[in-house]
Design a protein around this ligand. Structure first.
Ligand code: NZQ
Ligand code: ZN
Length: 388
């Protein structure tokens, strides 16, 4: 652990089958006017909406609703919520859904009382928080992003064709609490479930593929990777396997609550590329990541060869068997690709609606960065072509 760090996390987690029983008690700490933010129709179809409305009313809350949050939430929806907060004197926001609903809620919380262009100031310029924010919490219905225990908000600006993730100061923009009952994820469609699973795996890799020191964080990450692979296989066979779904849910939270980023310089270029692929195609986030990852890792592995060898051996149990170092590293990436196929995820950017004309636009609008290899627009173009 060679790099200094300070770790804390302000989000209280209620995890398991009894998690919802904590909601009423938690709500007591906040004011009367509650904005309920949710997605298209899943929470009504599952009965969760009625359950939560009952709890809110029993707690004497006046409830305002912002339904219809898109997967890949739009800045226009953030603005709609911000308007509702100001109009109705909202004291507290409850997000019920997956990463999109929670990210949109964070956006609403921080933008409501910002005077000016919040998109430009908070997401583009990464400005410090200068206005009142609204406390919020989450009832998580889909595992993947880790948004339930972090201060990141990923928003798509449709007009500007930009999807930007902004990590805010922890204490202002983390959920006050998150209710996490893995049973709520049983109804997630398989395509979304595997998207979430791959998103988690990608978060683990983005943090793991950096540095060459002997670091406790890497050992922890390998453990979470192994747990996730195991649980994913079980959940594919039986989506109502509580053990598997609960492990997936906790892997997701662990994947992005900063624990597995401690003392790591990290990479995140696959995410940056995917965000722009998402801005152009509106694909599910994890699907985009899965399509890009094999090409990206084959492009950069030579620059971090020892770590890719370790990944192959520790996570995918690749044996040496007279293989060269390059062959071991590449075999690890091939096993990752096989796992993506096992999840049933499509393999090419074309499958998710990308066109050849979009590729240079995506490459040029992706923020340069990278881990073992610094990536520029030309490098990104190579990865995009290989994924096309
Ligand atoms: O809209 P409804 O009807 O609710 O359906 C949703 C949505 O269509 C459905 N769903 C969720 N829970 C369900 C369910 N359907 C049935 N039963 C349930 N229990 O699932 C669909 C996808 O939901 P969404 O919230 O979009 O998925 P996810 O959690 O993967 O969030 C993706 C967004 O988060 C961002 C992504 O870029 C993307 O915009 N990310 C956020 C991060 C963060 N805040 O830290 C980091 C990530 O890397 C990621 O970028
Ligand atoms: Zn992600």
């Amino acid at each position: 652990m060679i790099y200094d760090f300070t770790y804390e996390n302000p989000t209280r987690i209620h995890f398991g089958k009894s998690a919802m029983s904590y909601l009423a008690e938690e709500l007591k700490a906040y004011g009367k006017n509650v904005l309920l933010v949710y997605g298209k129709n899943s929470i009504k179809a599952t009965g969760l909406y009625d359950q939560i409305m009952n709890i809110l009313h029993e707690c004497g809350k006046t409830v305002f609703e912002l339904p219809g949050i898109n997967s890949n939430p739009r800045y226009a929806q953030v603005m709609e919520g911000a308007h509702m907060v100001r109009e109705n004197g909202i004291d507290f926001i409850l997000a019920v859904g997956g990463g999109s609903v929670i990210d949109c809620t964070k956006g609403i919380s921080v933008s409501s009382y910002y005077e000016g262009d919040a998109w430009q100031y908070y997401w583009v310029e990464n400005g410090p928080i200068v206005n009142k924010t609204i406390p919020f919490a989450a009832v998580l219905t889909m595992a993947g992003t880790g948004s339930e225990m972090n201060a990141t908000s990923v928003i798509t600006n449709e007009e500007k064709k930009l999807k930007i993730g902004r990590t805010f100061p922890l204490w202002e923009m983390s959920p006050k609490f998150s209710i996490m009952n893995p049973e709520l994820t049983y109804t997630v469609p398989i395509r979304q479930m595997v998207s979430g699973i791959y998103d988690i795996f990608s978060h683990l890799m983005e943090q793991y593929f950096s540095g060459d020191d002997d670091c406790t964080t890497d050992y922890l990450t390998e453990g979470v990777m192994l747990s996730l692979i195991n649980a994913a296989r079980k959940a594919l066979i039986n989506p109502e396997d509580y053990e598997a779904r609960s492990n997936i849910m906790w892997c997701a939270t662990m994947g992005l609550n900063r624990i597995l980023g401690l003392s790591k310089t990290q990479d995140w270029e696959v995410h940056k590329i995917e965000h722009q692929v998402g801005a152009y195609t509106d694909c599910p986030h994890g699907i985009g990541l899965a399509i890009i990852s094999p090409a990206y890792y084959r492009y950069i592995y030579k620059y971090g060869l020892p770590k890719f060898i370790r990944f192959a051996k520790s996570v995918w149990h690749v044996e040496e068997k007279g293989r060269s170092e390059d062959e071991i590293a590449l075999e690890g990436i091939s096993r990752l690709e096989t796992f993506i196929k096992e999840l049933g995820i499509t393999q090419t950017l074309r499958d998710i609606g990308a066109t050849e004309e979009m590729l240079p636009l995506i490459a040029q609008s992706t923020a340069p960065g990278g881990g073992y290899k610094k990536m520029n627009a030309e490098d990104i173009m190579v990865v995009l072509r290989k994924s096309f």
